[in-house]
Design a protein around this ligand. Sequence first.
Ligand SMILES: NC(=O)c1ccc[n+]([C@@H]2O[C@H](COP(=O)([O-])OP(=O)(O)OC[C@H]3O[C@@H](n4cnc5c(N)ncnc54)[C@H](OP(=O)(O)O)[C@@H]3O)[C@@H](O)[C@H]2O)c1
Length: 340
Amino acid sequence: MKSIVHDQLGPADSVLRLTDREVPEPGEGEVRIRVAVSGVNPTDWKARTGLYGGNVVESVPNQDGAGLVDAIGPGVDGVAVGDRVWVTLAAFQRPLSGTAQEYTVVPVERVFPLADNASFALGASIGIPAITAHRALTVAEGGPTRLSPGALKGKVVLVAGGAGAVGHAAVQLARWAGATVIATTSPKKTDYAEAAGAHHVVNYRDEDAAAQIRGIAPDGVDLVVEVAAGANNELDLAVLRPRGTIAIYANDGDQPFAIDIRANMGLNSRYQFVLLYSVGWEFLTAAAEDINEAIAAGVLPVGAEAGLPLHHFKLDQTVEAHQAVESGATGKVLIDVADL
Ligand SMILES: NC(=O)c1ccc[n+]([C@@H]2O[C@H](COP(=O)([O-])OP(=O)(O)OC[C@H]3O[C@@H](n4cnc5c(N)ncnc54)[C@H](OP(=O)(O)O)[C@@H]3O)[C@@H](O)[C@H]2O)c1
C-alpha cells in the first residue's frame, strides 16, 4: 500500500516521502480502516518537526481520517467490515498508524461511526478540532459536561479565533447547544465565523474589542474558548463574568501568558487547560457521541458556505498539505487518499 513516512524530524519537503508498505493486520481490539480522506491538523506538523520532542522513529503522519472498516481483529464488537467511520488520534503512541496512507490499523476506541448524511471529507475534518471544541465547551463551572440542544441555553460563549478549525467547531457546537455565541477573528475572517453561525463577530485587533463584547454581553461571558492565551488574556479578563471559565487549548502567537492573580481572584475565575492527548478516552468517547448527534442533526457542516473552506490534496501532495497547515491556511486541509 502507499504510505507517507518520515524517519527524521524536520521540514515537510525534507523528511516526508511516499513509499510502499505491507498492509498491516489488525490485532486484538483493533480495526483496519481503508482510508478515504486524511485530515491534517497543526499537531501533525508540530510532531513531524519535533516540537513535542521524542525519539525519531519511522512514522506515518496525521491523526484524523475517515474511511471504511476493512478488517477487524479478535475481540472487537459493535463494528463491522464495510462500516463508514471516522477516526481520531490514530497515530497517538502508534507512529505507523497515521492516516496518510491507504490503510491504517487502530484500536477500536478511536473509531466512530460516520453518519450516512456525512461525507468522508466531513469525517476527516471533525476529530481533533471538534473534540477539542467539545472539551472546551464542557469544562465551565456550572456548565454542562455533555452537549445537546439546550445544554448551553442562557450562556454566553466567546470563541477566540472563530475562523480556525477548532474555533469553527466551537462556534457550531455552542450554537447547537443553545448558547449566545460571540466569535473574534482578524478583520478579513469575519465572514467565516458568521457563516459558521456566530451570533456576533468582533475583530480582536480593535482597541475597543472588550467594550464591543461588553456591549453584546453586559454581564460578561460565561466561557471563553481560547486559542491565543497570551495575546488575549487581558481581553478575556475584561469580558469574563464572575465565576467564568477560560478554556485554553493553544497559545498561538506565543505571547507570554502571566496569571493576573488579583484580577482572577476578583472574578472567582478559573483557567482550564485542554490537551486531547491527555484528556482521557472516557471524555473523548463522550465527546464523539455528542459530535455524532450534531452531525446527524446536520449542524456541523464543513465547506466554504459553512465557514470552513476545504483544501484538497492528493496523497503524493502530503508535503504541500502539511506546508499549507503550517503556513496557517484558513479552513481545513484534507488529503484525498481513495475514492470510496
Ligand atoms: N490542545 C489541544 O488538544 C489542541 C487541539 C487542536 C488544536 N490545538 C492547537 O490549537 C491551535 C489552532 O488549531 P486549529 O486547527 O484551529 O488551527 P487554525 O485552523 O489554523 O486556526 C487558528 C486560528 O487562530 C486564530 N488566531 C491566532 N491568533 C489569534 C488571536 N490573538 N486572537 C484570536 N484568534 C487568533 C487565527 O485567526 P487569525 O488569522 O484571524 O488571527 C486562526 O483562525 C494550534 O496551535 C493547534 O496546535 C490544540
